[in-house]
Structure formats: structure tokens, C-alpha cells
Design a protein around this ligand. Sequence first.
Ligand code: FAD
Length: 491
Amino acid sequence: SLIARRTLRELPRSSRIRAQLRRMSNRGAGAEDTPLALKSDKPIILVLGSGWGAHSLIKVIDTDKFEVLCVSPRNHFIFTPMLPSSAVGTVEFRSLLEPIRIANPFVTYIEAECEVLDVKRKLALCSSTFAYENGRKPQFEVAYDAVVIAIGEQTATFGVPGVTEHCYFLKEISDAVGLRRRIGQCFELAALPGTPEEDRKRVLRFIVVGGGPTGVEFAGTLRDFVRGDLARKYPELMGDVEVVLLQSAQSILTQFSAGLQDRALETFRKTGVSVRTGVRVIAITQDQVVLEGGERLEYGVCVWSTGNAARPLVQSVAGAVPEQQEALQGRNPAAAKLAVDPFLRIAGVRDAIALGDCSRLTGAPLPATAQVAGQQGAYVARMINRGYRLGTGGLEKPFPARWKEKSAREEVEYFEKPFAFLSLGLMAYVGSDQAITQFEAGKASFSLAGYLSFLLWRSVYITKQVSTRNRILILFDWVKTRIFGRDLSIY
Ligand code: FAD
């Protein structure tokens, strides 16, 4: 048999070695197992994901007490709020990343995707991101004591035909790399001698679908790129460039106050971003965006940023647990999130925690933001470090508000508090060194717009970087862009 299969199996509890990554070599079934890694007698915590939630957990968790195994198809954390800036070259891609192996060298990382989670047997079936030459992807199983699901969500396409094939998303670094390359190609194509006028206008029309913070920030930064660097290099094309933002709701940035929405619209009017609200996209073809009512807009680049949908793993876990079905209350499975209690434990599942975008706090849902995911990751790590007794959790038993653990040296008293989100406000960059900011303190809300808000936006993002290395890289990128402009090379 050519099937290669890796198995991480729990050995008998009595054994000092609790788990081993084993490989049944592709010499066939029955061949001798080759232990590869992970020998431990500590409780195994399986962390699924390497985004905001998982990354902040990994930074805080105590690896002296726990064997932490991180499985994610992405071997790095991405500072997502800066993806739009990296897609136009204001900052470089690598400045936004931190490899998981650097984030915490004592965490075992495996580049793979969890496909099936057997929550009863506490086993995760995972498959590698890489395939052998015969196209098969190595698979392995992980036996865990507790699992943390932090796999986020995927881009929602709402079943609109052509979106997956023809649109760019803004979710991964590869999306930003592809988008940056395509923008450069469009300008070079338009600048080719003999390009007919209608083709020039088509390739220079950039359409952004979705008027949320990501769509707005991308439209704003793209307009900066065009008005700044591209205008200097391709002055003859400027009359043909169009940036269009399409939004199905009647306004953009609906999370912000009406006053701030107007400020964003005003900035777009001044900088030449055309905003069309109340329009629904019903199909995307290779070169046209089709609107409800039949109107067709030709485009060179179409960026799709209309919100999120559940990943298949979340749908399958939610589908298998009756308590999750109840929490879903007949909602579309594509909108499923894992219902969690105030301690972020998954309703109806033992020893399982969900956090970030893929989870939903029962009773008081929180916004799907990096702020929430990051705070939840750190909260869960602290809770585990302070003695959340693995193997005795689960909703069947109410979480003890107060419990004592006697160690040989000392008696430690723990007081566990439910997760409380501290909102640090909302921010969005709208282009032309202008941003909007909204803070909430209790019932009061304060807002700020303009250049001061842009300076605040930059200072918040620089302080929120996950390491000094990233902070320095981003600062250098900003200075470099100010002095030399953005890099226009296509690679
Ligand atoms: P993610 O960060 O999405 O991480 C999910 C992880 O799970 C990824 O590593 C993924 O590879 C991995 N994964 C997926 N499937 C599997 C699987 N089957 N098995 C194992 N691993 C898996 N929020 C803000 O607060 N402020 C902002 O300014 C802001 N700007 C944004 C800009 C953009 C362009 C985007 C895309 C998002 C922005 N957000 C912002 C939202 C924020 O990024 C998300 O809310 C946050 O990433 C959620 O964190 P998470 O850990 O739940 O999921």
C-alpha cells in the first residue's frame, strides 16, 4: 500500500510516554511504526488554529505544566488589520507575520488541518497541508486531554456564482500577495502600447464588494496608492482609474455612528472613491460584476469582503452535539458558531474550549474581532495555567467558582472569573491620512475623525504588534514608504 498515515496515539496512561507521533511508513500496513516526536507525561492541550485567539493563548500558556500541540494549516500568525496596507505595499508582508515556532518555541507545531474532531473519544483526525507526489496527504490522529478550537471563519460568498473563481479575498497573506501582483499587472497591461481604450478602462476599474471595515480600509489604501505612487509613474492613465465600493446596506461601516459614517463617505468623495449603497451583487464573471437588476460593471480587480461563514469543522462539531443544535435555534448551519458558556467551554462537550470568531458566547454575543479573540486566548491560557482541572470540565458539571488545590509546598486558592471583554473601541482607516475612531465607555460613546484619529490608529497598531521585531519592521516600512514610496515591482 502506498498510503502514508501518521498516527499520534495515546499510549496506556501508566506509561511515562503519553503520546507519540507515529508513522506507518509507506512500506504498507504492518510495517514497523516509527516514533517521530512528542514524548510527554504532561496533559496534552491541543490548540487548533494559529490566528489571534490561538496565538495569544500560545504566548501565555505554561508549557512547563502542559504539553501544548498546535495544529494549523498556517505556520504563522497574521496581524490582519494591516492586510489591506500590505496588499498595496505600504507595509511588507513579512512585517505582519510571526511564525508560531518563534511565538513560543516550547509549543509543538504541526502544519496540518483538523478535519474531524471526535469529541467523545477526544481524538482529532488531521491531514497535512502538503501532499506526496502521488497526491495523497499524510494523515494523523491526535489524542488530547483538552482541545481549544480557535479556527476562525472563512469568507462568506453567500452562494454568489463566480466569487471563488474570480474574486480576491483579504484573509491570508497569499491573498494580499496575489492582489498586489494583480494591481501591478493591471497598470502594466493598461500602459501597453495599443491597448484599446475600453480595455484600459476595464482593467483600471477596481471594485470592492462589502462596505465593512476591511472593504473600506482596502478602498482607502488603494486610492492612496493610486493618487500617490501610481500617479507619478503612470500619469497618462490617471483619467481611467476608478475605485468603486459596492455595499448592499444603505450605508457603509454600519458598526460606527452615523456621524463617523458620514465622515468616511466625505473622505471618499474627496479622494475619488465611488460608493454605491443598496446594491446587491448576484454574479461575478471573468470580467464583469453583475448587479441585481441586470447592470454589469466591467472590472480589472474585484475584491470580495462581505463577511464570514462557518468552517466545515465547526459545522460538523455543532451538528454532532444536541446542545449546539439547540443553541443554533434553526439558524443556517453556514452561520454556525460554537456556543460557549461564560468560561468559553463548548456547550455539551467535555474538555473543549472555543474562542474567537468561531465561538458565540451564550446570552451575550461579542463582535467577531481580533480584540475579542486575543483577549479570549489570553484568558483561557491564564485559566488553564491557574489550574482549570483538565478532564473534569464540561457543562455537565458546573464550573466551580472557587476551588482549592493542595500542592506539596503550598495551598493555592483560585478564584475563576468568567470572561469579560474590555472594548478598546473601533477604528478604521479611510485613506488620505484620515481615520475614524469610536470609543465606548459604559453607555457613553466618543468619536474622533481626521488626521488625529489617523495618528491614533497608527500608534494603536504599532503598540498592538505582537513582538518588538514586528514593531520595528512596521516602523521601518512606514518610514521607507514615506521617503521612497511604495515598491511597484511585480513578482
Ligand atoms: P483567525 O485569526 O481567523 O485564525 C484562525 C486560524 O485557524 C488560522 O490560523 C487558520 O489557518 C486556522 N484554521 C482554519 N481551519 C483550521 C482547521 N480545520 N484546523 C486547524 N486550524 C485551522 N479585527 C479587529 O479587532 N480590528 C481590526 O482592525 C481588524 N481588521 C481586520 C482586517 C482584515 C483584512 C481581516 C481579515 C480581519 C480583521 N479583523 C479585525 C478581524 C480579526 O482578524 C478576526 O476577528 C480575528 O482574526 C479572529 O481571530 P481567530 O483566532 O478567531 O481566527
